[in-house]
Write a protein that binds this ligand. Structure first.
Ligand code: NG1
Ligand code: ZN
Length: 534
């Protein structure tokens, strides 16, 4: 009960702002203009403490970032002990905490959650946290510390990190005393793990050509530079551009993965060098897209679908070479994946594809059902998960030829190279570079595997987006009634036509996606479907 009065007392220093709407813990945690977040972050500190207590004192992560949003925004999300996203049932508590109207209401919610979940308030709790480079970060960190102090957690401040680095650290802390520690639970350990895995995967391969990486003027710039230092000068030539984190207004401005993916053009500061490989990270370095220009300076995007296809292809080949027969690689996509990528993965690679709802947690869970699950959103967020039994099977496999042996070793090194907790731009960069080196491919050879169908994404503002209900991984509308039948009638008229409508989870709007055989037809289909929504 002393704790409840502590919660009330500290909460009075972090009052809920005047804010008409409700706060919601969505797919990206809480995310909004930074000046609205002080109380929210304080309260996340309280909840993270309860979550750690509920899980017998395992360390919970808290990341303060707004990813690709503009510099004046910020956000906060919780990380579960194995480096996964917060378990969905707790999102409700997060939302309830954030919306409590007064200090007393908040203390009551705190007490109620503890009681409902039988959490002992004197049990130990540990929380690890980090933040991106936003100017609002340090103040939000103090709010978080107040929350953790009020609730009585022990905490470690990891300062400025990429989102995937925090996920790595959380998993490493919680596995440190297990038979299978994930890595050293600190930043240096992250660089060491990645660089030794990369060196193993690249053994005997020539040094790759210069790569230009746009770091969105975010945390990925300095962190990639640190990794390159650990790797050593003669392993990889990377020219990092947009790496100014001192001028915080530049974050994500005309650069970064989201800008390049949505605008389909080079970011600020990139000189087009034909056939060179380029990549853009987002503001917290959990997303990456690649691209290049040809001799005529025409721009080609290599997005999450292209990365998934490349990774699945390489892993499928290695599994074939290894002689292991009962391991299944699968790919997980959302409805936004380009239809050509799905066809290529299923029909050419003969790799099964699962389609899930938008949002990384859905993809992640579906990928865990495969022995090796490759998942990427088209926007470049994704990773490759190796199940524990797959790792065991690889480690204990008795190869009957040097070829088999090296394929198995390569798969194990890939499992170390690829962040097993969450999509990681820096890890994905190394993965792509390594696969291209093994195939002796440049970006255009990679791009040739399949040709994207022309597509169009339209954002439509409607009266009530919650009226749009879907099924079949968001590919079919069940409500408003009759609308899906009208969409089907339109789609039928287009060669390779496909279109679907769903409510955005992050914006107050409905998204219309359409693809068809030609640019004009894709645009026309998107337009006609949009008109049905008016
Ligand atoms: P919404 O706003 O629900 O479409 C967007 C992206 C997702 C994902 C989330 C953030 C598109 C079409 N949608 O979701 O892929 O990145 O933001 O979790 O890009
Ligand atoms: Zn991000």
């Amino acid at each position: 009960l002393q704790q409840l009065s502590q919660v009330e007392k500290f909460s009075s220093v972090h009052p809920r702002p005047d804010f008409d709407a409700d706060f919601t813990y969505g797919t990206a945690g809480f995310r909004m203009r930074a000046e609205l977040l002080d109380s929210v972050v304080f309260r996340v500190g309280l909840l993270a403490t309860l979550r750690s207590r509920k899980l017998d004192g395992e360390t919970i992560g808290v990341m303060i970032t707004a990813s690709h949003n503009p510099p004046e925004d910020n956000g906060v999300k919780m990380v579960d002990p194995q480096g996964e996203m917060l378990e969905a049932s707790w999102e409700v508590y997060a939302t309830r905490f954030a919306n409590a109207r007064s200090d007393e209401d908040l203390a009551r919610e705190y007490f109620n959650v503890a009681e409902t979940l039988k959490i002992k308030l004197d049990a130990p709790a540990k929380v690890a946290f980090g933040r991106d480079t936003r100017a609002s970060g340090p103040a939000l960190v103090s709010a978080l510390k107040d929350g953790l102090t009020a609730a009585g957690a022990e905490f470690s401040d990891f300062h400025v990190l990429t989102t995937p680095q925090l996920h790595y650290i959380v998993k490493s802390i919680n596995t440190a005393r297990s038979s299978n520690p994930y890595g050293e639970p600190n930043e240096a350990g992250y660089y060491r793990k990645l660089s030794s895995a990369f060196n193993a995967v690249m053994q005997g391969k020539p040094k790759p050509k210069l790569i230009t990486v746009d770091a969105a003027n975010g945390v990925g710039g300095p962190k990639l530079a640190e990794l390159l230092e650990v790797l050593g000068g003669d392993v990889l030539d990377v020219n990092i551009i947009n790496d100014d984190v001192a001028v915080t207004d530049k974050l994500n401005y005309q650069c970064g993965a989201d800008f390049v993916k949505t605008q389909q053009k080079l970011p600020l500061g990139a000189d087009p060098e034909p056939s060179q490989l380029y990549a853009s990270l987002d503001g917290d370095a959990d997303r990456i897209v690649f691209y290049y220009v040809d001799e005529a300076k025409k721009f080609y995007l290599l997005d999450g679908d292209k990365i998934a296809s490349l990774a699945a292809m390489f892993i499928q080949e290695l599994l074939g070479q290894s002689g292991i027969e009962d391991l299944q690689v699968g790919v997980v996509q959302t409805a936004y994946a380009n239809g050509s990528s799905t066809t290529f993965i299923q029909d050419v690679l003969k790799v099964p594809v699962t389609c899930t709802s938008t949002g990384v947690k859905h993809l992640h869970h579906a990928a865990q059902l495969y022995d090796i699950g490759v998942y990427f959103e088209a926007n470049g967020h994704g990773t490759v998960l190796f199940s524990p039994s797959t790792i065991k099977a690889l480690e204990t496999f008795e190869a009957s030829s040097p070829g088999q042996q090296s394929a198995v070793e390569m798969l194990l090194s890939l499992a170390d190279l690829i962040n097993q907790t969450v999509g990681d731009a820096i890890s994905d960069l190394l993965l792509v570079v390594a696969v291209l080196a093994h195939k002796s491919w440049g970006p255009s050879e990679w791009n040739l595997a399949y040709t994207d169908l022309p597509n169009r994404l339209v954002r439509v503002v409607v009266n009530n987006r919650f009226a749009f209900k879907t099924e079949d991984a968001e590919r079919r509308l069940v409500e408003p009634q009759g609308l899906q039948a009208q969409i089907n009638d339109l789609v039928k008229k287009y060669k390779f036509g496909r279109s679907f409508v769903r409510a955005s989870g992050t914006e107050d709007a409905v998204r219309v996606y359409a693809e068809a055989a030609t640019r004009l037809e894709a645009d026309e289909l998107a337009l006609k479907v949009s008109e049905l929504l008016k």
